[in-house]
Structures are given as structure tokens and as C-alpha cells.
Design a protein around this ligand. Structure first.
Ligand code: C2E
Ligand code: MG
Ligand code: MG
Length: 591
């Protein structure tokens, strides 16, 4: 059978019948086909075997903006965008459908789905081609839109909006690729660095969030300078950045890069008109064949970072296996801490605060200890930060305040000597987030029956730098109620004395680091002198922390410092030992 007859409906039979029975109707059939062709939405052209247009329906004329006579006899090439179309694809099979682009007379492009149907003569040679084109521009536009959208969505999912850097998700995906590569290729190794900015929160709160954001952007740019194109730099969140050094596994080279970063960070960052210094602590881990999961690499880099943070500002630590054990221990400790309040495992120690000229005890600072059932006595430096992270600090602080005030009440009941004594309680920055902090403190003091004047609250600089206004209003309220306020660890943070003056502090405690170095460093001595003079000028009492030697004690007396606290006078004492000192020593320490 002739190939053209393979078409399902070529009307030949019908036309032959019509012609026989009603000769006039043959022309009706032509009109019928014409009408159908011209009312179709699809564009139809008939080509000869040389691809010249023999016939065109109304739809294609309207679509491309041609008159019939302009289109007839033209090659189809003239209405096809040659970038999208290979003519040889027409005529490969009896019927085929491809995506192509038609060109309008005005040069615009129209995307079409082009089906070509071959018509053969009786010798099975191609006689003509019918091309039916469906306009799919709209669908294509939507498809593109979806693609763009998907791309954007994908991009957003994997990038940090602020810095434009990869985010934690993409970082993990890239790390997975590096890990895979290291497994496949013994010669390939990589290094992971996690950087955490030191005291970024302070910068954020001192200069505002916009400046904090700008700093993060600039840091991203600086870090990028030291990386190779295969390396990955990501912002993992907050003030944490991650780096995968893929082009080397050599630790020396990694340390070289860290050196560059450190030197670069020694230059200030320009934020508007301010010059701000920033530094980063860095945790490092080098790939090895034991690593099976991305999570393990990140865990180890984090453990190394944790150690770096403990050390000093701007230090780095390379992961060692022991750190894994430490991290597990920390986790265990965190679990234990959650149960410690209910199990009554906390104790308070009381360190005397002494008037330097008379060596009389003016009060005690309550210092918390954790008596761990297996690990023994744990110092607050080890668990307070953990309690702050988990929110346990709030119930723990309630217990400390309660216990400290209760103890003072009992001492006051016991002896006349203790009437004027003051109990100092440390407040954590996290406590300022409580709406009812003032109420809670006052209720405790009143319930336990001690005078408001007998309670002093110690607050570190970081408390006043975070949410300055809120903290100031809380402190002003407390001060108005007669509670005394002390600035703790002065000199370790960012605040200046003039800034401090805006807060209603009665007392300033000079940090131990000044006292420790006073004898060796004239700078520290001069600074201590300046702090004492200015505090006195502002009407604040000064307490020197961490006095350990007679020399320090005498120097501070000469500098005009009124009060002191330290091992030279007494270690933090148990309640019984403190009570003994109160009862026996006439509140005076013999040293
Ligand atoms: P801090 O408030 O500055 O307390 C003074 C710290 O210095 C205490 O350490 C004390 O034992 C230590 N110290 C006192 N005299 C000397 C000395 O002569 N030489 C040396 N080397 N150290 C001395 P501790 O008890 O380990 O407390 C450390 C920090 O933990 C405290 O610093 C305070 O910030 C925090 N902390 C302690 N108890 C509490 C508490 O009950 N609540 C809160 N929120 N924080 C607390
Ligand atoms: Mg303190
Ligand atoms: Mg202190």
C-alpha cells in the first residue's frame, strides 16, 4: 500500500464517493477543508519536498504577520529561527514532532510544537510535507518562569541572604562531596575550619544591628581573599563561618592561611565612620579515612572551636581525639545539670569583702558550687555558661538568691556584728530577660525578712551592653528600692567609665587581671589608679578583686582603693566557716 494511504483519514475514499454521486459536492468538500484549516488555532503549511511553502492557513498568517502572497513560495527556513532548528530533522520519518521557533515578519520569535507529516507519491518518494505548528510560547514562558523560580528557590535555600555566601545546608552538601572524593581518592584530603567571631554580640549591640550586618559582609569578603576557587566559604549562621579547604590537605598550608586571616583581622573594619576591630576563634579538623559522615566532621570542628574559645580571643585549635571525649563529657554534664537543682546538688560559698584600711569584713560575695555526685565540686566557670545556654540559669539563680538571702537573715539573727553586712549575689545577663525580675528580687528579700540595703547585685559589663535601655530601667528601679548595685569584673569588657556613669552603680569591682599584673606592669598600675580615681570622682566605691599578696594589698591601699576581696584575706568559705569568722573575728580578718 502507498505510504500516503497509511494516514488514518486521507478522505480519498470519501472524495471519490462524493465525486461519483454528487459531482458538485466535491467543491463543497474543498470548502469544508478550507474552513477547517482557516478556523484552526494551529498553524498549517504545506511544503514541497524542497521545503518551499505551497499553502498556508489563516492561523500562520496571523501568527507571523504575513500576507498569503508573501509566504507562498518562500522556504520554510525564512520563517524558522535557525538557532533552534535543523532542517534535516524534517523528513526523517513519516510523522514527527519537535520544538521549534518561528520568526515573525517583525523579527519576534514564537515558540511552536511542530509536527511534520510526510506525503509520498506512488513511487514512495516524498512529495510534500504538512507542517502543523502549535503555539506554545505561553507554556514556554510559564515553564521558564517555573525554572527561574525553582532556581531562585534552590539558590535561596542554599545561600545566606546577607552575605550571599553558601549557607549551612550548601556547606554540608559540599562537605559531603569532599568526603566522597576523599574516600574515592587516597591522595585527596581536605581541611574544615569553623570560625566564630569573638564578642560579635557586643559589637552588634554597641554599634547597632545594621553595622553588625555590615561587619559580617566585610568579614565574608576578607575571608574569601585567601581561598582557592575549589574551596568553600559559608556563613553557617549568626557570627559563625565555615571553610572547606579542598585544594590542600596539608596542615602547614592551613596554618599559613590562618596566619593570613589573623593578620588581616588586625586591621580595623570600616563601618561608616567607625573603625571596628574583630577577631575570630577557629576550630580545625583535617579529613581522615575514619570520617564516614559529614556530621562527624562538623562535630569535631565544633569541639576544636569550643577549645579555641576557652583559650583566648583569636586563637585556633586543631581537633584531637581527646576533644571528642571532652565534648561527650560536656553533653553528659549538661544532662546532669538538668537534674542537679531537684537533687539539691548546689552549694554556696561566701567570700569576705574587706575594708582595706581596717581589714573589717563588710560583706560576703555568694559564689555557687555544684557538688556533682561523681565528679565532686565543680566551679561555676564550668557550668554557669552551660546553664545560661539551656535556660537553667533562671531556676538556678532563683535558688542562689533565695539561699544567699536566707543565709544573711540567719547570720543577722545570730549576731549583732552582722547587722550591717551585705550579701552580694551575681546576676547573669540572661536573668534580665525576665519581665518580673525586680518583683522576684523584692519578694525574696521581703519574704526572708532582710533589709533591702543588705543585698547587693553584681552585674558584669556584658549585661549592660545587651539591651542597654531595658537593663538601665531595671537597675534604676532596683536602686530606687534600696538594693545596692555593683559592676563586676570591670575592665574586661567594652564599657568606658563615662558610659558606666549612666548606670546607677554604687560599686565598681576592678577585675582580677589588673590586680594580678599591677606589680609587673606600670601600665596596669596606672590604669588601676585611673579607674580608682574616676570611680571615686563619680561617687562609686571600689572593690579590688583577686588580691593574693601583701604587696598587692599595700599597693591598692596606696592607690586609694577602699575595699578588696581575694585569697590574701580568705578563700570563698562554706557557710559554717563564714559564720565562724563572723562570730569569732569581730568581723575582722587577721592576715
Ligand atoms: P566573680 O563574680 O568575679 O567572682 C570572683 C571569682 O574570683 C570567684 O571565682 C572567686 O572564687 C575568685 N577569686 C576570688 N579571690 C580570688 C583570688 O585571690 N585569686 C583568684 N585566682 N581567684 C579569686 P568563682 O567562684 O570560680 O566564680 C567565677 C565566676 O562565676 C564569678 O566571677 C561569677 O561571674 C560566676 N559566678 C559565681 N557564682 C555565681 C552565681 O551564684 N551566679 C552567677 N550568675 N554567676 C556566678
Ligand atoms: Mg561577682
Ligand atoms: Mg568579679
Amino acid at each position: 500500500m502507498n505510504k500516503s494511504y497509511q494516514n488514518k483519514n486521507d478522505f480519498s475514499f470519501a472524495l471519490a464517493q462524493l465525486n461519483q454521486q454528487f459531482p458538485a459536492l466535491t467543491s463543497i468538500a474543498c470548502i469544508w477543508i478550507q474552513t477547517i484549516l482557516n478556523t484552526m488555532n494551529d498553524s498549517v503549511i504545506l511544503l514541497n519536498k524542497n521545503h518551499q511553502i505551497l499553502m498556508a492557513n489563516q492561523s500562520i498568517l496571523s501568527l507571523l504577520g504575513y500576507e498569503e502572497n508573501e509566504l507562498i513560495n518562500q522556504s520554510i527556513i525564512n520563517i524558522l529561527d535557525n538557532e533552534s532548528y535543523d532542517l534535516s530533522t524534517i523528513g526523517n520519518s513519516v510523522k514527527q514532532t519537535i520544538e521549534a521557533t518561528y520568526l515573525k515578519k517583525n523579527g519576534e520569535k514564537v515558540e511552536v510544537l511542530l509536527s511534520s507529516h510526510l506525503i509520498y507519491d506512488e513511487n514512495e518518494k516524498i512529495m510534500a510535507i504538512i507542517c502543523i505548528a502549535k503555539n506554545i510560547s505561553q507554556e514556554k514562558r510559564i515553564e521558564q518562569l517555573i525554572k527561574d523560580n525553582e532556581y531562585q528557590l534552590n539558590y535561596d535555600l542554599r545561600h545566606d541572604k546577607l552575605t550571599g555566601l553558601p549557607n549551612r545546608r550548601l556547606f554540608s552538601e559540599e562537605l559531603e562531596k569532599s568526603l566522597q572524593k576523599a574516600h574515592e581518592n587516597n591522595n585527596f584530603s581536605f581541611t574544615v575550619l569553623i570560625l566564630d567571631l569573638d564578642q560579635f554580640k557586643l559589637i552588634n549591640n554597641s554599634y547597632g544591628h545594621l553595622m553588625g550586618d555590615e561587619l559580617l559582609i566585610q568579614i565574608g569578603k576578607r575571608l574569601k581573599k585567601y581561598l582557592h576557587s575549589q574551596d568553600i566559604l559559608a556563613r553557617l549562621g549568626g557570627d559563625e563561618f565555615g571553610i572547606i579547604l579542598n585544594h590542600l590537605g596539608n596542615l602547614d598550608h592551613t596554618l599559613e592561611i590562618i596566619d593570613f586571616i589573623k593578620q588581616d583581622f588586625a586591621r580595623p573594619f570600616k563601618l561608616n565612620s567607625y573603625e571596628v576591630y574583630s577577631s575570630a576563634s577557629i576550630g580545625i579538623t583535617v579529613s581522615d579515612s575514619n570520617y564516614q559522615k559529614v556530621g562527624d566532621i562538623l562535630r569535631d570542628a565544633d569541639a576544636a572551636l569550643h577549645q579555641a574559645k576557652i583559650k583566648d580571643k583569636a586563637s585556633y585549635t586543631i581537633f584531637r581525639q581527646e576533644m571528642y571525649v571532652e565534648a561527650v563529657n560536656r553533653l553528659q554534664l549538661d544532662n546532669d545539670l538538668r537534674r542537679a537543682i531537684d537533687r539539691k546538688e548546689f552549694e554556696l560559698r561566701y567570700q569576705p569583702i574587706v575594708e582595706l584600711n581596717t581589714k573589717k569584713i563588710t560583706g560576703f560575695e555568694a559564689l555557687v558550687r555544684w557538688r556533682h555526685p561523681e565528679k565532686g565540686l565543680i566551679s561555676p566557670g564550668k557550668f554557669i555558661p552551660m546553664a545560661e545556654e539551656t535556660g537553667l540559669i533562671i531556676p538556678l539563680s532563683n535558688w542562689i538568691l533565695n539561699q544567699g538571702c536566707q543565709q544573711m537573715y540567719e547570720w543577722q539573727k545570730l549576731s549583732e556584728n552582722s547587722q550591717g553586712l551585705i550579701i552580694s549575689i551575681n546576676l547573669s545577663a540572661k536573668e534580665f530577660s525576665q519581665k518580673n525580675l525586680v518583683e522576684k528580687i523584692i519578694n525574696t528579700v521581703q519574704r526572708l525578712g532582710i533589709n533591702n540595703h543588705c543585698l547587693k547585685l553584681e552585674i558584669t559589663e556584658s549585661c549592660i551592653i545587651n539591651n542597654t535601655e531595658e537593663v538601665r530601667s531595671i537597675l534604676t528601679e532596683l536602686k530606687a528600692l534600696g538594693i545596692k548595685l555593683s559592676m563586676d569584673d570591670f575592665g574586661t569588657g567594652y564599657s568606658s567609665l563615662s558610659y558606666l556613669h549612666r548606670f546607677p552603680f554604687d560599686t565598681l569591682k576592678i577585675d582580677r587581671s589588673f590586680i594580678k599584673d599591677m606589680s609587673q606592669s606600670t601600665d596596669k598600675l596606672r590604669l588601676t589608679q585611673t579607674i580608682i580615681n574616676l570611680a571615686n570622682d563619680f561617687g562609686m566605691e571600689v572593690i579590688a578583686e583577686g588580691i593574693e599578696t601583701r604587696e598587692q594589698f599595700e599597693q591598692l591601699q596606696q592607690l586609694g582603693c577602699s575595699y578588696g576581696q581575694g585569697y590574701y584575706f580568705a578563700q570563698p568559705l562554706t557557710a559554717q566557716a563564714a559564720e565562724k569568722v563572723i562570730m569569732e573575728g569581730n568581723n575582722q580578718l587577721i592576715v
